[in-house]
Ligand binder design. Structure first.
Ligand code: F6P
Length: 390
């Protein structure tokens, strides 16, 4: 296997990475035109993937079409646009996505408002497949998190040649060691927590900061550790408030009358439930949020210490991708085209350092990647005396 200067290996050229599952698929040698879309919440690095896909595909003579706002563009007259190299110039470092995105556009459960004014969920997947066929699209590069990749997998099962690219700041996708966007989100959260240290100390306050991550604690754990938080609350470890209070008192006894608590939005008290901001009406995902405020109020009540809470929210999704995320996104995009060329349909590119491989989409979406309790990062937090609420 050839090894490049950075130690990564090109995946073997033969046998072709054909998919064993799904309906019969066209020969990859017949690919002339591909489509690309970005679905779900945006993540820094999306534009870098788009650029890598467009440049790699155009170099081998393929045409690339971008679908706007996940699959929504396929329902609109001007929702699909040709992407030539000049269109993707200067976007590697830019956050967001030039194609736009949505986390409400599931074509299998598409909200349609009828003449009675009521909105119902309708399966519009057949329209999508027909439109792609009419536009002579031979394969789709679907960039997304678990929701978008589940849609891509369903389309694959209905005959669309698809390859997935894993994206989410939450880093909760199984089968890839990392997703792009995560490093940038952690960087943003770390810088914010760093800034809280001085104001917490100046006012002798407890600051509780809520970070994203849905049901996984990756952002909280990595940013919390890097910014030397005293207490980190993760969805994976239901917390006992007594333990949090114990840590704050212990700090007081050691002459540190302030503390920083990082709470993942999916953190919850032992025996309690997630704190949410909205229901899952019309197929939308439940919005998590509010745990920092809850914890702050409890701390203030139980210790009498002045406590403030804040939610970092969508700041974590914005801004330019870090160098690490740019590079991973470019590698994923280029790999998606290389693997498509070999017929790796129904699969997802995945980072298995030092390589970028493909894994079946089915495997990638089958379970959420949570922080393992025996991971070195958890052990590091425990060794440093960081309170994890247990
Ligand atoms: O999955 C990415 C994510 O940013 C989560 O961390 C967060 O819970 C959710 O999306 C927020 O979604 P929305 O953009 O709908 O508020």
């Amino acid at each position: 296997m050839p090894v490049s200067y950075d130690g990564s290996r090109e995946a073997p050229a033969a046998p072709p990475a054909r998919s064993a599952e799904g309906p019969p698929m066209p020969d990859p040698r017949s690919i002339r035109r591909i489509a690309i879309n970005t679905g779900g919440g945006d993540a820094p690095g999306l534009n870098a993937v788009i650029r890598a896909v467009v440049l790699s595909a155009c170099r081998i003579g393929w045409e690339v079409y971008g679908i706007r706002r996940s699959y929504d563009g396929l329902f609109e007259a001007d929702g699909v646009t040709q992407l030539v190299p000049a269109r993707v110039q200067g976007i590697t470092h830019v956050g967001g996505t030039i194609l736009g995105t949505t986390n409400q556009g599931n074509p299998f459960k598409y909200p349609v408002t009828g003449p009675d004014g009521k909105t119902r969920l309708v399966d519009r997947s057949a329209e999508i497949l027909t439109t792609l066929r009419d536009r002579r699209v031979d394969a789709l590069v679907a960039i997304g998190g678990d929701g978008s990749l589940s849609i891509a997998y369903e389309l694959f099962l209905r005959g669309l040649p698809v390859i997935g690219v894993p994206k989410t700041i939450d880093n909760d996708l199984d089968a890839t060691v990392l997703t792009f966007g995560f490093d940038t989100a952690v960087q943003t959260a770390t810088e914010a927590i760093d800034k809280l240290q001085s104001t917490a100390e100046a006012h002798r306050r407890v600051m509780v900061v809520e970070v994203m991550g849905r049901y996984a604690g990756w952002i909280a754990l990595h940013s919390g550790l890097a910014a030397a938080a005293d207490i980190i609350l993760l969805p994976e470890i239901p917390f006992k408030i007594d333990k949090v209070i114990e840590k704050i008192r212990e700090r007081e006894e050691h002459g540190q009358p302030y503390a920083i608590v990082v709470a993942a939005e999916g953190a919850r008290p032992y025996g309690g439930d997630f704190v949410t901001r909205g229901g899952s009406e019309l197929g939308r995902e439940i919005r998590l949020g509010g745990i920092a405020d809850l914890v702050a109020r409890q701390i203030e009540q139980l210790t009498g210490k002045e406590t403030r809470s804040l939610v970092l929210g969508h700041l974590q999704r914005g801004g330019n991708p870090t160098t690490f995320d740019r590079l991973m996104a470019l590698r994923f995009g280029a790999a998606a085209v290389r693997y498509l060329r070999r017929g790796a349909y129904g699969r997802m590119v995945a980072l298995r350092p030092p390589d970028v491989l493909t894994v079946p989409l089915r495997q990638a979406i089958s379970q959420r990647k949570l922080v393992p309790m025996d991971s070195d990062t958890i052990l590091t937090a425990r060794s440093l005396g960081t309170c994890l609420g247990d």
